[in-house]
Design a protein around this ligand. Structure first.
Ligand SMILES: CC(=O)N[C@H]1[C@@H](OP(=O)(O)OP(=O)(O)OC[C@H]2O[C@@H](n3ccc(=O)[nH]c3=O)[C@H](O)[C@@H]2O)O[C@H](CO)[C@@H](O)[C@@H]1O[C@H](C)C(=O)N[C@@H](C)C(=O)N[C@H](CCC(=O)O)C(=O)O
Ligand SMILES: Nc1ncnc2c1ncn2[C@@H]1O[C@H](COP(=O)(O)OP(=O)(O)OP(=O)(O)O)[C@@H](O)[C@H]1O
Length: 524
């Protein structure tokens, strides 16, 4: 997919200036009303780049005034930093306030400022999508994992894809720990532009339900849209009011993708498949080996240190092919994720040599990372699972993958939020674990002792458990207990992944990550 249109595109290194009139045309073409104000000053208003954050304004930027927490002072500061014009909503009181802080500044007034900023962003950033294959991945669980798997495969194939998701943002020019899974439209288009500027051909991005609902990805053409799974999550006053709203938001991914990749084993698959008809092409995956799927996995097994399976590839139905895959991660659910990554890679024209190498060496930070003693008596797994849904998936998978091993689980619960986890997590872990160790997990303004006492109180009767508030000490103790045991053990270090900070009070002090402690103590 990539090479055909990428190679025909000339290299671009600098953004051109765009007139406000051109931006108005783009907004109106997208069905949003817009008008230009302070026309007399517009000769100076040649736009180069744009932003929604006054703290990031560069000279020549268009500044977008939007948001619940927006203050006119942000515009004043944006102008001071060199913004040449602003975009705002058609609200008389707001317009009056903005005129006071930026008298005579040229601006565009739009009937829907969120959609308007998404409509102008591709024009400001000179349509970088024409030179990229953009892969969008949505689902309740597994988005980051699939993104990293696909990146690893593309790297093995000699490409350097950009990545945008909940863990990191890397577009070849900017590289940082992400704030949101899917950024606001102007930021997103800047990352697409940077990708083109740095000579990249692919953007692999996680697409959150919030991103879809609030038009952050409006107009971003996806070569491939992946729908992994859907479960109850992100339902709250500040996210989605209902499961229906959450589900419907996620299904919007099919409005903008050429090829849809759908996991047909997931719950609600029939509705997902029906929505996926909007895409020009449908490709399906199944880890249950079904003959109906375009990509199916057979004989999935864990060796303790890796997962192996065979993939049956029916992308060309007349010539199905089967390949052996080894994945350097734990968790049978990662076969679902690997199939999605394989499907994307194949659609992008990558062969099985690079697919096998990419998957064998993939590392997804803090997700099902394995550290073992040389004799494999103790296998530690660092994972990010932190809610009921991911605990249930993780523990049931571990029980099947490591039959006969003693299961020692270590986790806590965060302070000041998600109160129900204090009942749910011990209940789920208690069904599978032989020993649970409760410890610190971002206590914020609560006492770790109190949170752990609540977790202890909800532990099912008869399940052995301990409290060790100092997380480093707790991890060391879990590994010591496992090492000293007569039977082989798997130690699950949960919920923090490879995070290196604890949220204590208003501070975020640095701590050693679970992964680093496990490596130091088990495999120095
Ligand atoms: C704080 C908050 O709740 N913000 C939500 C709100 O944004 P908003 O447009 O009203 O903007 P705001 O946050 O009130 O800030 C006002 C504006 O002032 C600007 N500003 C601020 C300070 C300053 O000095 N100068 C300045 O210019 C800010 O850049 C911003 O543009 O309304 C938007 C929709 O209308 C939400 O997307 C957005 O969610 C924030 C970004 C957020 O973190 N949301 C989470 C729930 C989220 O999106 N999560 C998903 C992952 C979860 C999933 O899988 O669905 C994600 O994609 O990250
Ligand atoms: N396909 C899957 N099905 C169920 N659980 C999964 C799947 N993939 C990963 N998980 C679990 O979810 C956790 C988070 O995985 P990942 O970061 O890939 O998901 P995500 O969709 O990006 O999540 P988030 O939206 O929370 O950032 C993993 O640590 C693992 O426990």
């Amino acid at each position: 997919m990539a090479a055909s249109h990428t190679d025909s595109h000339p290299a671009r290194t600098e953004l051109a200036s765009i007139s406000l009139d051109d931006l108005i045309v783009a907004i109106r073409a997208g069905g949003v009303d817009a008008r230009l104000a302070a026309r007399g000053a517009t000769e100076q208003a040649a736009v180069r780049g744009m932003t929604v954050d006054s703290r990031e304004v560069q000279p020549g930027n268009l500044f977008v005034c939007k948001g619940a927490a927006f203050r006119p002072a942000f515009l004043a500061s944006a102008i001071e930093r060199g913004a040449c014009a602003y975009l705002c909503s058609n609200d008389a009181a707001l317009l009056e306030q903005l005129e006071l802080v930026a008298p005579g500044a040229p601006h565009i007034v739009a009937s829907d400022v969120r959609r308007a900023m998404a409509l102008v962003a591709p024009v400001v950033y000179q349509h970088p999508e024409q030179a990229l294959d953009i892969v969008g991945i949505t689902g309740t669980k597994g988005k980051s994992t699939v993104a990293y798997m696909l990146r690893s495969i593309l790297l093995a194939a000699g490409e350097t894809p950009s990545v945008l998701g909940s863990i990191e943002t890397d577009d070849g020019i900017e590289h940082y720990e992400s704030h949101n899974t899917t950024p606001e439209a102007p930021e997103l288009w800047r990352h697409l532009w940077n990708s083109v500027k740095s000579g990249r051909h692919h953007m692999v991005m996680e697409v959150s339900s919030q991103g879809l609902k609030y038009d952050r990805v409006l107009g971003v053409p996806l070569s491939i849209g992946v729908f992994l799974n859907i479960g109850r999550d992100h339902i709250s006053g500040v996210e989605h009011p209902t499961f229906e709203d959450y589900f419907a938001s996620k299904l919007r991914i099919f409005d903008q993708c050429k090829t849809a990749v759908v996991n047909i084993d997931a719950e609600h698959a029939a509705r997902v498949l029906s929505a996926a008809k909007k895409a020009r092409r449908l490709v399906t995956t199944s880890a249950q080996g079904t003959d109906d799927a375009t990509f199916a996995a057979l004989n999935a097994q864990s060796t303790g240190l890796e997962l192996t399976f065979e993939v049956v590839d029916r992308l060309d139905p007349a010539h199905p092919q089967t390949h052996a895959i080894a994945l350097g991660m734990a968790g049978l659910f990662n076969v679902d994720n690997a199939l999605a990554a394989i499907a994307c890679a194949r659609l992008l024209g990558v062969g099985y040599d690079a697919i096998s190498r990419g998957l064998a060496h993939v590392r997804v930070p803090g997700r099902m990372e394995i550290v073992a003693t040389p004799d494999q008596h103790v296998i530690a797994i660092v994972d990010y699972a932190h809610n009921e849904l991911s605990f249930e998936t993780l523990f049931s998978s571990i029980k099947r993958e490591y039959p006969g091993r003693r299961i020692i689980a270590l986790f806590g619960a965060p302070g000041g939020k998600a109160q129900e986890r204090r009942e749910a997590l011990p209940r789920v872990a208690g069904k599978y674990a032989d020993l649970i160790i409760y410890t610190e997990e971002d206590p914020a303004h609560e006492r770790v002792e109190d949170i752990c006492a609540e977790l202890s109180a909800h532990t099912p009767a008869g399940v052995e458990h301990e409290v060790i508030c100092d997380r480093e000490e707790a991890v060391a103790h879990a590994l010591d207990v496992a090492r000293a045991g007569t039977s082989d053990a798997v130690v699950l270090l949960l919920a923090k992944g490879d995070e290196t900070r604890q949220h204590r009070g208003d501070e975020y002090p640095e701590v050693e990550s679970d992964l680093s402690i496990a490596k130091r103590l088990l495999a120095p």
